[in-house]
Design a protein around this ligand. Structure first.
Ligand SMILES: [Zn+2]
Length: 344
């Protein structure tokens, strides 16, 4: 028996999308969608030109037109990012995306030909294998069986950099994780609840500008953020007369909450999955929705699409900021009042 199993690269490739891999590296947000293409700065040579790296999402391939002058499939991409052999990259991909090795294992890379003397090996039917996490994936996240303690509430990143009060910090369960084990070590944790209010994951924000090769945000690899809408469990308890505000990020929700607007939810990015759309439709009986994404290229493009989809069941207003790079988090109480109305 080899130490590492032989795996079927083609099968693994078919289960993972380039979007998922970019998301895994925390860079999908820097990419712009247009049709079946994605373009953004090259994560391999860490370039900055937003058009140098292209992904054809239908073919699930990529190409860097700049320094790398190279392209390939998802596994080739992981190879280059991790500096691994294709085999090790494939094993790594299975770990990250929760693909059981049993399902993609081959014996010495050869296909065993069953003859009439030997019974055919029990092969799991293909239909049972776990598909890649595609935008339409609605795998629910099971509630967590633990709760993090060892949280430092009054961390300067929260109080000074983000301007949050202790009341808000406690209200959202935020804190700096001081434990020494796990994914969240050294990070600010943000509890994520499902629509029923059950804790399903923690997001970990690096407190400040992360060093190179460290992601700003970490999410558990098995967590499917496409199945959750941040703060929905609390927003649905607010009055039906109030508009529902949809933003991208955790801290925009938290900050607006602190300013007095409690009916705010975050998509955890600029992309709204069909499951998130359904959750919003099902749970928020609001006649009025305000889509307020970040004022950058991705947000500008995504907000129109999101508004179009939500307009099927709600009156939707898209908010356009007059300052580039503006995010709802940076609104003052007066500006929020002017845009969102209501009384504070
Ligand atoms: Zn490159």
């Amino acid at each position: 028996m080899p130490k590492k199993p032989f795996v079927d690269f083609r099968d693994i490739r078919s289960r993972i999308t380039m979007e998922q891999v970019l998301e895994h590296y925390g860079v999908l947000g820097t990419f712009k969608h247009s049709g079946h293409n994605l373009s953004g700065p090259c994560p391999i040579h860490k370039g900055t030109n937003p058009t140098q790296f292209r992904v054809e999402t239908e073919k699930n391939i990529w190409h860097c037109f700049s320094e790398c002058k190279h392209g390939g499939n998802v596994l080739d991409f992981i190879c280059r990012m991790e500096n691994l052999s294709i085999h090790d990259a494939a094993i790594k991909a299975c770990e990250w995306f929760d693909i059981p090795l049993d399902e993609v294992k081959t014996s010495n890379g050869k296909t065993a030909e069953p003859d009439e003397h030997t019974p055919a090996p029990a092969v799991k039917p293909k239909a049972q294998s776990k598909p890649a996490r595609k935008p339409e994936d609605n795998t629910p996240n099971p509630p967590l069986k633990f709760k993090l303690d060892k949280l430092q509430r009054e961390h300067p990143y929260l109080t000074q950099e983000r301007g949050l009060t202790l009341e808000t910090i406690i209200d959202f369960g935020l804190g700096y994780f001081t434990g020494d084990k796990g994914l969240m070590v050294g990070r600010i944790v943000i509890p994520i609840h499902n629509a029923k209010g059950e804790l399903v994951a923690y997001a970990g924000r690096w407190p400040g500008e992360p060093p190179e090769d460290t992601e700003k945000y970490k999410l558990p690899p098995k967590f499917n953020k496409l199945s959750e809408v941040f703060n929905l469990d609390r927003a649905i308890k607010e009055s039906a007369d109030e508009p529902l505000v949809i933003v991208e990020g955790f801290f925009s929700v938290i900050k607006l909450h602190q300013l007095g607007w409690h009916k705010v939810v975050a998509l955890m990015g600029w992309f709204m999955s069909p499951t998130q759309e359904e959750l919003i439709r099902e749970h928020v009986k609001a006649s009025h929705v305000i889509v307020m994404l970040d004022e950058n290229e991705a947000g500008q493009e995504a907000r129109e699409k999101i508004a179009g989809r939500l307009a099927k069941f709600a009156f939707v207003k898209v908010h356009v900021f007059d300052k580039p790079e503006m995010q709802p988090e940076h609104l003052s109480a007066e500006e929020a009042q002017r845009i969102l109305g209501g009384t504070v």
